[in-house]
Write a protein that binds this ligand. Structure first.
Ligand code: MSP
Length: 524
């Protein structure tokens, strides 16, 4: 097993405020990165913004700004948001940066020289907001299949990438690399919907707008956004530049996270570009589904958009991150509703997690003045059960996360939390306290603290502050005991003292009031 993990998010269009959908992709990637960090791997995460194209040009015009002024502001806003969401990216690429533009031009030239790109004429139905041409048969009710808006006929001289040349190689690659696409059903979707009907060559330039990277040898053409956008994953690492150490170290990517709407670009065009460059393909491309609302897609006109800031400011970052990851299973759409948000907060975070911590800290204070007894083995029958169960759950958690089933991996952690709460009722420490031999009581306190330590390590990639908070309250100071490699051991805790008075990490919310609050926030 190699010891590096390169993970990327899509680069976002800065064409409006970032909603929880965009935040979801980023939190997902960030959590996976942190999991690999926790495991001691050399992990590197790239995110950024996709700043060219007609949509941005139009938006900037509407605001009376130059496109550059507009994207400068938006890049700052994106960074501020990721900062607020504790996203630990290692690099943030902007497609207007010189380091990107120069290399994209070189890549384009190379494609032309190799004969992969040729000049032709494009005629088709164009959707301006999506910057995409469609054929008649791709339209849905005569409208854009992606955004549902009107399309208009357009014709222009353009360059094309010869996709057909690579189709067989691509299919063979899919066949031979079962881990390349996750979840698996997306592969058949690509084959049946796009490849079998006959893959069209891809139009890769435009003359109808200006805001893009110019083709060096034919500067009235600007590059169509997908050549520009997709190559960010390698230009950011210094591919084809003087300093390509990072490229050599981190490429191919271990995981590229993308939403279902851009699966086609990442599962078909991107691997073909890489083949044309004679580069290895990413190990896995993970396609996730969407967060939707009860009444369908989020949209300003429906008044059902929720922004991450709204949730973070009122309920805290970790509750927000938890909800996003728990609510949207990667392979299905997940619904955001105020009721479910508050319910998960009250049940999962407050009743299950926060109460387990509070009950435990208060009992260790009550029975042992805050000093956690050392391991005395498993004098209770249930202690052994709990140990076995915990180790199994950690195993299941790992299996799910290695398959990138994030919501399910969180579910495994919460099963462990519930089981540990149940353990309190089973051992009844208040009854054990009356026994002459205190071993059983000692053991039950030890197991509770030890399980809280494990739980804190497990949630760390997703909810860093909460994890640190739990470790602080149960008195874990030694760095070794905060690491993944110590997670399965059951015997190591010695000389640990919990804090004198437990501090609740999540407080029960009033359901009606909060649902009302969120409904109002969504209308703004
Ligand atoms: N700029 C392109 C990506 C280029 S990558 C080389 C783009 N940008 S985007 O801003 O429109 O979307 C970025 C990501 O956000 C996509 O992965 C998309 O699926 C995701 N999401 C946008 N809305 C979403 C939800 N409602 N739910 C989950 N993810 C969503 O496409």
């Amino acid at each position: 097993m190699d010891n590096k993990f390169y993970i990327t998010t899509p680069i976002y269009y800065p064409s409006g405020r970032f909603h929880i959908g965009t935040a979801y992709t980023t939190v997902l990637a960030d959590s996976l990165k942190k999991y690999h960090v926790l495991k001691g791997e050399d992990s590197y995460m790239l995110t950024g913004v996709d700043e060219h194209g007609q949509k941005i040009e139009i938006k900037a015009n509407e605001l009376g700004k130059t496109p550059q002024e507009y994207v400068d502001e938006m890049a700052k806003i994106a960074k501020e948001l990721w900062n607020k969401m504790n996203i630990k990216y290692d690099d943030f690429i902007r497609t207007t940066e010189e380091r990107h533009e120069k290399i994209v031009q070189k890549i384009f030239d190379k494609f032309m020289e190799q004969g992969d790109i040729y000049k032709g004429e494009y005629e088709g139905l164009y959707c301006v907001p999506c910057e995409t041409f469609f054929t008649e048969s791709q339209l849905v009710d005569g409208k854009c299949p992606d955004c549902g808006r009107e399309v208009a006929p357009m014709k222009e001289e353009a360059y094309f990438f010869n996709m057909k040349k690579y189709v067989d190689r691509l299919l063979k690659y899919y066949e031979e690399h079962p881990d390349f696409i996750k979840p698996d059903y997306r592969k058949n979707e690509m084959i049946n919907n796009f490849i079998k009907p006959g893959l069209e060559d891809l139009c890769v330039t435009r003359t109808s707008f200006d805001w893009g990277i110019k083709v060096l040898k034919d500067p009235k053409h600007v590059m169509y956004v997908w050549v520009d956008a997709l190559t960010n994953y390698i230009t950011a690492l210094g591919y084809m530049s003087e300093n390509d150490t990072k490229f050599k170290k981190y490429w191919p990517a271990d995981l590229q996270v993308v939403g279902k709407d851009i699966a086609r670009f990442h599962l078909i065009y991107w691997p073909i570009f890489l083949m044309a460059l004679d580069l290895p393909l990413p190990k896995t491309i993970l396609v996730h589904n969407w967060i939707t609302m009860k009444d369908g897609k989020m949209s300003k006109s429906k008044g059902n958009v929720i922004y991450p800031e709204t949730l973070i400011e009122r309920y805290g970052l970790d509750a927000t991150r938890y909800f996003l990851l728990r609510q949207v299973p990667v392979s299905q759409d997940g619904i955001f509703s105020p009721e479910e948000f508050i319910e998960r907060y009250n049940f999962d975070l407050c009743n299950d997690l926060s109460n387990l911590l509070n009950r435990t800290v208060s009992m260790v204070n009550k029975y042992f003045d805050g000093n956690v007894p050392s391991y005395v083995g498993t004098p209770n029958e249930v202690d052994k059960n709990l140990e076995e169960y915990s180790v199994e759950q950690i195993q299941k958690f790992e299996e799910k996360l290695n398959e990138y089933e994030i919501a399910n991996s969180l579910q495994e952690i919460w099963s462990l939390i519930s089981r540990t709460n149940k353990y309190i009722d089973e051992t009844m420490p208040w009854a054990l306290a009356k026994e002459e031999n205190q071993d059983k009581l000692k053991s039950s306190m030890y197991h509770l603290i030890e399980n809280l330590r494990k739980i804190a390590i497990l949630i760390k990639p997703f909810m860093e502050d909460t994890s640190d908070n739990i470790l602080r309250q149960i008195g874990i100071k030694d760095d070794e005991l905060k690491q993944w490699k110590s997670i399965k051991d059951y015997t190591q805790l010695k000389n640990i003292k919990v804090i004198e008075k437990g501090e609740p990490i999540f407080m029960r919310l009033n359901v009606d009031e909060e649902v009302e609050y969120l409904k109002n926030a969504m209308k703004k």
